[in-house]
Design a protein around this ligand. Structure first.
Ligand SMILES: [Zn+2]
Ligand SMILES: [Zn+2]
Length: 412
């Protein structure tokens, strides 16, 4: 059986998830206007009809017609090319694909998402606890901070989520990624590795000395400094600035201490959600390559508070950092739109500084709704000339280089 033959079974089992669900984690700060939505959905409807016909015809031609596919709206926006799918799967079996930011199974089934990872040949993923989850609420206009943390609530929320992640790893037989070399153990359809992560430094309650236990006792390797709650450490993209000298925000003194300590401990500093001024401050204070795990560059067509300017993206790249492409509903509607956004990001930061940051299972109207779609993304990148070496960097190599640099530079 060819790779593509095996792949058809996965195709048939795909579903576009109920993308209307909002789990209240990464809902961007505002929804598109009706005019924007109309423009997009109208455009996509025409496009979808064409591509769905092409997909069904193409699959029928290959003896793979599926009544399920025919009944489903097309989530792809392009016609999978069997030859490039073969290449994609071969590439993913030899190059560890790593998702730099995700919440596998959040609010659902970790086992199901992990099964998707294996099917989609993802070698490892961030499993991010959401530090401020208990104080956030989704509203029709975006995420709001619903109430203040009670005393000890932030630390307790961290404890319970981190403990759960460790239980999930044990139950599902997932290796915990403690060093870059650990990534070698999980490439190519083996049980995917878990990179224990935290989205939001809220759990530190402003105390950098707690980082050491997070690393040594809890195996945390990536921390997103600030999430939706404007915390003790940094300004974010979606709230008024409090730190720094300009409206672009910055880090608090506690935030400076935290990013410096993270660099000293060899932890990956994730500046997704951070205000532009906070990103620059983190860069200046640490000299470490930064991860901005799930975002897009702002363009005239796609502008959103959760995206970053091209200048900031280039600065992150120039300092050796990596920017993760985020398949959110604010970057498009179909999987093809996600591929488009990857090209746009790569044009800005260069192929050595782009990565994947899917935000899986907590994303807003995801354009990539399952890890099973990873080979398709790769196949389309290859078909459109992204190049094998560049794809290998995008899907994992670039993040691995960053992790390696940060880990080797640790001084404690
Ligand atoms: Zn996020
Ligand atoms: Zn997230």
């Amino acid at each position: 059986m060819t790779n593509y033959g095996r792949y058809k079974h996965r195709l048939i089992s795909w579903r576009v998830r109920g993308d209307e669900r909002q789990r209240g984690v990464d809902l961007p700060a505002h929804r598109p206007t009706h005019a924007e939505l109309f423009e997009r959905t109208h455009h996509v409807r025409e496009d979808t009809a064409i591509h769905r016909r092409a997909l069904i015809t193409g699959l029928a031609g290959a003896g793979l017609a599926s009544p399920i596919l025919a009944a489903e709206p097309d989530p792809l926006g392009f016609r999978p090319d069997p030859a490039f799918l073969e290449k994609a799967m071969a590439l993913l079996k030899t190059h560890a694909a790593i998702d730099t930011h995700a919440h596998p199974g959040l609010g659902g089934s970790e086992a199901k998402t992990v099964a998707d990872m294996r099917e989609g040949l993802l070698a490892a993923s961030s499993f991010a606890a959401v530090a401020d989850r208990s104080v956030l609420r989704a509203t029709p206009t975006g995420i709001v901070v619903d109430h203040a943390f009670a005393a000890g609530e932030a630390a307790a929320a961290y404890r319970s989520q981190i403990d759960r992640l460790h239980h999930v790893a044990a139950d599902l037989g997932l290796p915990i990624i403690r060093t870059p070399a650990d990534l070698d153990t999980c490439a190519g359809g083996k049980p995917p590795g878990m990179i224990v992560s935290v989205e939001g430094g809220d759990f530190l309650e402003g105390d950098a000395s707690r980082l050491r236990a997070a690393r040594d006792a809890d195996d945390v390797r990536i921390i997103t400094v600030v999430h939706y709650r404007p915390n003790e450490l940094a300004d974010n993209q979606t709230s008024p600035a409090r730190f720094g000298r300009t409206a672009e925000g910055g880090l608090s003194p506690a935030g400076v201490a935290v990013v410096r300590e993270m660099a000293r401990l060899g932890l990956v500093i994730d500046v997704a959600h951070a205000a532009e001024g906070a990103v620059r401050a983190a860069m200046a204070e640490t000299g470490a390559p930064l991860l901005c795990s799930h975002t897009h560059v702002k363009t005239p067509a796609y502008d959103h508070p959760r995206f970053i300017t091209k200048e900031t993206a280039r600065a992150i790249a120039a300092a050796g950092g990596v920017v993760g492409s985020w398949p959110s509903g604010f970057g498009g509607v179909t999987l093809n739109d996600f591929v488009d956004r990857i090209f746009v990001l790569t044009e800005v930061v260069g192929p050595d500084h782009a990565a994947l940051g899917t935000d899986m299972d907590a994303n807003f109207r995801p354009t990539m709704s399952s890890y099973r779609q990873l080979p398709l993304v790769v196949s389309e990148l290859l078909r459109r000339g992204y190049g094998e070496a560049n794809v290998a960097g995008l899907v994992g190599g670039n993040f691995r280089r960053l992790f390696d640099t940060v880990w080797r530079s640790r001084r404690a």
